[in-house]
Design a protein around this ligand. Structure first.
Ligand code: SF4
Ligand code: SF4
Length: 151
């Protein structure tokens, strides 16, 4: 089993160092019920240009969100399941170079970095957490800047 040592925290409680290396398992691209990936109009346009065809999105407050892939024989996307942009064969994002900021910044989101507990909890989903080179507090703060509002 992957080792998940407790990491030191800053005065604010946010973790101050971490290890992460993406294994490209694709697990973070499978939505549980209620999970969303927000996209801006600019991100949708960039993804559609990259793919060469329109994508499905749904209204979500003042933003839109990506939807799970629609199952064969169904008109509407399900509430949960793999992102419509996840290639089912390779488990890679078909729009990787232009994927939304929410995906680029994962797992370096305020809601995940805010404590050891939330970081360790996310490791249950993301097997890349706890692997790789040590990321310093300064580097974590730089990565946090790429996270969109609300994550
Ligand atoms: S847009 Fe790409 S990276 Fe983001 S959830 Fe969908 S498949 Fe994953
Ligand atoms: S769950 Fe973690 S390791 Fe797997 S693809 Fe997503 S970021 Fe990479």
């Amino acid at each position: 089993m992957l080792s998940r040592p407790t990491t030191p925290t800053t005065n604010t409680g946010m973790i101050s160092q971490a290890r992460f290396e993406c294994t490209k398992c694709g697990d973070c691209c499978v939505f549980a019920p209620g999970e969303v990936v927000w996209v801006t109009a600019e991100e949708v346009a960039a993804i559609e240009r990259h793919l060469g065809h329109p994508i499905n999105t749904k209204p979500d407050g003042d933003r839109r969100s990506l939807v799970p892939a629609t199952l064969p024989g169904h008109a509407e996307p399900p509430d949960a399941g793999p992102c419509e942009l996840l290639d089912p064969q390779t488990k890679l994002c078909s729009a990787y170079p232009v994927r939304p900021a929410q995906c680029v910044s994962y797992p370096f989101w305020p809601s995940i970095l805010r404590s050891n507990a939330t970081w360790q909890l996310e490791a249950l989903r993301c097997e890349g957490i706890g692997r790789g080179e040590l990321i310093t507090e300064e580097q974590l703060l730089e990565r946090l800047k790429k996270a969109p509002p609300g994550v």
